[in-house]
Ligand binder design. Sequence first.
Ligand SMILES: N=C(N)NCCCCNCCCN
Ligand SMILES: [Mn+2]
Ligand SMILES: [Mn+2]
Length: 287
Amino acid sequence: MDFLYTYETLKLEFPLVEPEEAKFVLLGVPFDGTTSFKPGTRFGPTLIRHATLNLESYILDYDIDIAGLPIADIGDIAVIAGDAKKTAERVRETIEELKRVNPEAIPITLGGEHSITLGPVEALNPASYVVFDAHLDLRDQYEDNPYSHACVARRISELGVNEAMFGIRSGTKEEVEYAEENGIAWVHARDYDFDAFVELVKPLPEPVYLSIDIDVFDLSLVPSTGTPEAGGLAFWDIIEAIEWLAENKKIAGFDIMEVAGTELGDVTALTAAKLLFYFIGAMGKGP
Ligand SMILES: N=C(N)NCCCCNCCCN
Ligand SMILES: [Mn+2]
Ligand SMILES: [Mn+2]
């Protein structure tokens, strides 16, 4: 099928299916309009897709080949440079188009900066938003823009979606107060472990939208991201959490955001690509 706002890009190397038949539908959003420190998230989707060429589709520890799963790639969204709100709206409309023809599809958005996550969340209407991020993203506005990547969790909480955040190590006093006043639970990167994750996520209502801001990882794993912060989580910390979610909660959608870089083979994109394959594998292997 054709979508109003998408165009074709590099694709995964194994056989893909049409979006109507897919369980997993990839969508890139090459947007870096509100990036405040390091630019380059507009190259994120292409860098991630390219990095998948380095990976085996067979996942050793799951004994599953994700090439056999129904995956579609609908390409990238034509973004509106500098306008996060309108770009997120295009993403919302595209995912709404997809859900009309395939209500079972799980959209996987590759970013692109985190502001764009508002689009899939509005389209999918999850009961809960679980996010791994170095940042709280709870500002009312940043640099005069309420649709900045630093505000996305605030905008999502205003929709009435429950939120839980993990790997946090950056925010303002106002953001901490907003979280407290609005019952938003978050776990500092220093305090993160699997038990803390399960304790907070278990009671959350379903479906859950899962967002990974790539800057949650330790800097060594993600040198190219918009606003890097030292002191992050390990790769397997996040895989373990994804596995628990895949087994225990209905997942409405997933994204990997804030991947930047200008060179093919960037470490950050390799981390993101491996994360993508594990997400698909964990969701595809069944309980
Ligand atoms: N969600 C985000 N990525 N937020 C980034 C906010 C950047 C704040 N820099 C503050 C610098 C103060 N000198
Ligand atoms: Mn973020
Ligand atoms: Mn972040």
